[in-house]
Design a binder for this molecule. Structure first.
Ligand SMILES: Cc1cc2nc3c(=O)[nH]c(=O)nc-3n(C[C@H](O)[C@H](O)[C@H](O)COP(=O)(O)OP(=O)(O)OC[C@H]3O[C@@H](n4cnc5c(N)ncnc54)[C@H](O)[C@@H]3O)c2cc1C
Length: 437
């Protein structure tokens, strides 16, 4: 291994494997061509949510146009860590206190279904996303965290059990060549994907169902008219009977109501240079993705070819240049793996995830406009699942109903899209992590 001679490339590693979508070759709307004057359904945002929804609306016979300000998947969907896990943040107990036992159970069951549906798409229906069912390891940052996570693993709510193995510190080298953790838990049903390939596979499915995609076409304004909406885009006005916001952490001023409800938070990743398959396997012997119990999130995994470590985390709150975050991420990585102190970093990138005030995703309708967003950094299964469901709702299909229907989408006073409260919270979280509470 050598110290980096050149600066990392500010692009996701995933683009090396599956370069930018040859959209013009696959989509009927050519870059310079006019958009259709009217459609049944117009979807703003071509990530997992928008593309999954488009497949349902187009498949149900509704003319469907997906617009993205950049290229398809340019948001989080081609930038993430590729970790597929059970992804609803509040525990069953918290949901039960909020919504009662019945709805809490249905919400958690649906979160399990989101993972199993994606598994079935990948393994039974041939969705080309490089599905690797290796499971996930969660490291305990303190001995107290280990006790709590082991107790949770052994007392899972009935009907919501996951296959978990508790790994004491004495056995943790089976999972990771590091003494950083105080033991941990393996969740066997988790998997990794190549996020870019997942985007392209969902894009192909949407187009095969009849949807049209126009990229580099930002939506500037939406106006309610008698039979739907007039959507003002960079390439002219399109009349749409129904409109879906699938903009997640990239929800800007287009809809102030949504902007007041999602909290964009930067998530950052680096990839090491090729380290050799044997060396990477010595660091993460089971090839699982890894995260831990710290409040300020980190997540990492071997690259799909097994040659590199991909390491991510909340290295900054608002930095837009991913290269600025490289030293901090590198230091977060070498705290876990001192063996990587001299590893070169070849790629660095970032994206905006969407948190919500109740840490739940939300979907529904507001003033006749549909929305689906707020996956709190774990949208691979959730965006694919709820994107499908909101598409079915837009197409008036009864199977589109979800356990989240009708839940209020909360905001807070004085929040208008710029999360002024994050800096003090993250400061406190970092402090708590550093002193191990
Ligand atoms: C670094 C990083 C790591 C992550 N790791 C994981 C992980 O390991 N596991 C996991 O489950 N999740 C992870 N996530 C989160 C996951 O990627 C997202 O939850 C998911 O991709 C959201 O998909 P989406 O389609 O809703 O939004 P996005 O993919 O973000 O798509 C939104 C799109 O809306 C477009 N848009 C916005 N405004 C407009 C407009 N006015 N006009 C036209 N288009 C517009 C944007 O250009 C963008 O393409 C990670 C995210 C990041 C950034």
């Amino acid at each position: 291994m050598e110290t980096p001679a050149t600066a990392p490339r500010p692009t996701p590693l995933w683009m090396d494997d599956a370069p930018a979508a040859p959209v013009q070759a696959t989509a009927p709307v050519q870059a310079a061509a006019a958009l259709p004057p009217s459609v049944d359904v117009l979807i703003v945002g071509a990530g997992y949510t928008g593309l999954s929804a488009a497949r349902e609306t187009a498949g149900a016979g509704r003319s469907t146009l997906v617009l993205d300000a950049e290229s398809a998947g340019a948001g989080c969907s081609s930038r993430n860590g590729g970790q597929v896990a059970y992804s609803i943040k509040p525990s069953y107990e918290i949901l039960k206190a909020r919504h009662g036992a019945d709805l809490a159970l249905r919400i958690c069951e649906e979160a399990h279904r989101a993972v199993s549906d994606l598994r079935s798409l990948a393994t039974e229906q041939g969705l080309d996303c490089d599905w690797r069912p290796r499971g996930g390891f969660y490291g305990a940052h303190t001995a107290r965290h280990f006790t709590a996570m082991a107790a949770r693993a052994e007392n899972q709510p009935r009907g919501l059990e996951q296959r978990v193995t508790v790994v004491p510190k004495s056995e943790q080298h089976r999972e990771i060549d590091s003494d950083f953790y105080h033991g941990g838990c393996v969740y066997h049903d988790e998997a990794s994907v190549n996020p870019r390939r997942l985007t392209l596979a969902l894009l192909r499915r949407a187009i095969a169902a009849g949807a049209q995609l126009a990229d580099h076409c930002p939506v500037a304004a939406i106006r309610a008219v008698r039979h739907g909406f007039e959507v003002q885009t960079a390439r002219g006005v399109v009349a749409a009977r129904r409109v879906l916001f699938a903009t997640n952490g990239y929800s800007g001023p287009l809809s102030p109501w949504h902007q007041r409800r999602v909290i964009p938070i930067g998530s950052y990743q680096i990839a090491t240079d090729r380290l050799g398959v044997d060396f990477v396997r010595s660091l993460i012997p089971q090839g699982r993705h890894i995260s831990d119990t710290r409040r300020v999130v980190v997540y990492y995994r071997p690259s799909p070819d097994g040659e590199r470590i991909i390491f991510g985390g909340r290295a900054s709150l608002s930095e837009r240049d991913p290269l600025v975050c490289v030293p901090r991420l590198r230091s977060m990585m070498t705290r876990v793996f001192p063996q990587l102190r001299s590893a070169a970093i070849t790629h660095a990138w970032a994206g905006w995830v969407a948190y919500t005030f109740d840490t739940m995703p939300h979907l529904g309708q507001r003033d006749g406009l549909y929305y689906c967003m707020g996956y709190c950094g774990q949208g691979i299964p959730l965006a694919t699942y709820y994107g499908k469901r909101i598409g079915q709702q837009i197409a008036d299909l009864p199977e589109g109903r979800t356990a989240l229907d009708g839940l209020a989408f909360p905001t807070r006073p004085y929040y208008f899209g710029a999360p002024w409260f994050l800096a003090p919270s993250v400061f406190v979280f970092r402090l708590m992590d550093s002193i191990g509470i």
